[in-house]
Design a protein around this ligand. Structure first.
Ligand code: FES
Ligand SMILES: [Fe+2]
Length: 365
């Protein structure tokens, strides 16, 4: 194990002007993946989706993050909480998929919980030692930010705080964006590959010649701010491109003329534009496989129905273009010859360097 963390530390300690990529083994080794789950992934804040996926009290959706089945619920006071989707009797999941309910009734022996996870009823339980109040569903640390829902699987871990990213995104009014589309897919790639792919502008013109190149060519990509736990870059539009919705009133001309791509490590990558917000949540399954849940949201009434349908189709195509590349690369990353390669300059791949440095902070001796 220490050899993997040594490799990561060595790469992270390279001079800033000669960064290198991580070698293939860090994307393919199951041994390293298991270590990452404990050292990196269980300690991070993970985006589970948008708050308006569950707009009404009693609405819920489920998710599986690492080994944890999760139940994301909007309570009667409108607050969103994340419960362990694991019955306190003998471990049955309480809900599947999405829905609306007043209480969760276990399908196995009918223990019944309220929306807050408190045990209301356990039929035929006369054991002297049984204390219903000690048998509520476990409540995870959760947080909402800019209309996104986050969970952290480690209790007492550092709070969700990204002031520099707040500043970067404030004019977009991200929390006002309304959900237009949710989809889930399984991709055969390592979770870090998708973070890196989404966050570098170097591949845009090569991989997306018809879908993205005319709006966000590689040559106009510029690195933006980074900070503890996040990075960002601007995928700038050419000056003469037609405006695609005005977005929020305080947006600057520069902000209107770009997509602001950001990643909140470890598993959220997103593209914030004036009228369109696309976010991918990555759920790592094993070293070579992830589930991707992506959402597309729009600002006010900026885009009509037909334009929204076109945008969804465009993003489906973009995601397929990236997926095809990442799945082919995953096969080659097991090669003995998949070593470290030199990274492109700051504006194109500086975000990958930020990600490496953040990963390495988990392995400090
Ligand atoms: S496992 Fe849920 S009631 Fe028995
Ligand atoms: Fe891409």
């Amino acid at each position: 194990m220490s050899s993997f963390s040594n490799i990561l530390r060595d790469i992270a300690s390279l001079p800033a002007d000669s960064p290198m990529s991580l070698p293939g083994s860090l994307y393919t080794s199951e041994e390293y993946f298991h270590n990452e789950v404990e050292i990196v992934l269980r300690k991070g804040w993970h985006c589970l989706g948008r708050v308006d996926e569950i707009p009404n009290s009693g609405d819920f959706f489920t998710a599986q993050l690492l080994n944890e089945p999760l139940l994301v619920v909007r309570q009667s006071d409108d607050k969103i909480i994340v419960l362990a989707n694991v019955c306190r009797h003998r471990g049955m999941p309480l809900a599947e998929g999405t829905g609306n309910t007043k209480r969760f009734i276990c399908s196995y022996h009918a223990w019944t919980y309220d929306l807050d996870g408190i045990l209301l009823r356990a039929p035929r339980m006369k054991n002297a030692g049984f204390e219903p109040k000690n048998c509520g569903l476990y409540k995870h640390n959760s947080h909402t930010w800019n209309g996104f829902i986050y969970v952290n699987l480690t209790s007492g871990n550092s709070p969700f705080k990204h002031p520099a990213l707040d500043d970067l995104l404030t004019n977009y009014e991200s929390e006002k964006f309304k959900l237009a589309h949710v989809a889930e897919e399984v991709w055969n790639t390592n979770w870090k590959c998708l973070v890196e792919n989404f966050m570098e502008g170097y591949h845009l013109s090569v991989v997306h010649p018809e879908t993205l190149h005319s709006y966000t060519p590689t040559g106009l990509a510029r690195k933006l701010v980074n900070g503890p736990g996040f990075t960002s870059y601007a995928a700038n539009y050419p000056k003469n491109i037609p405006q695609r919705g005005l977005g929020a009133p305080n947006l600057t001309e520069d902000e209107r003329l770009r997509s602001t791509l950001f990643s909140i490590f470890p598993t959220q990558v997103a593209s914030q534009a004036a009228s369109l917000l696309v976010s991918l949540s990555i759920f790592p399954l094993n070293a070579g496989q992830i589930k991707v849940k992506w959402t597309l949201s729009t600002y006010g009434n900026d885009l009509d129905e037909k334009t929204i349908t076109n945008r969804i189709a465009l993003w489906e195509k973009v995601n397929q273009e990236d997926r095809e590349k990442l799945e082919r690369m995953q096969g080659a990353l097991s090669s003995y010859h998949a070593g470290s390669g030199p990274l492109a300059e700051e504006d194109y791949e500086g975000t990958i360097r930020d990600f490496q440095l953040w990963l390495a902070t988990h392995y400090q001796t």
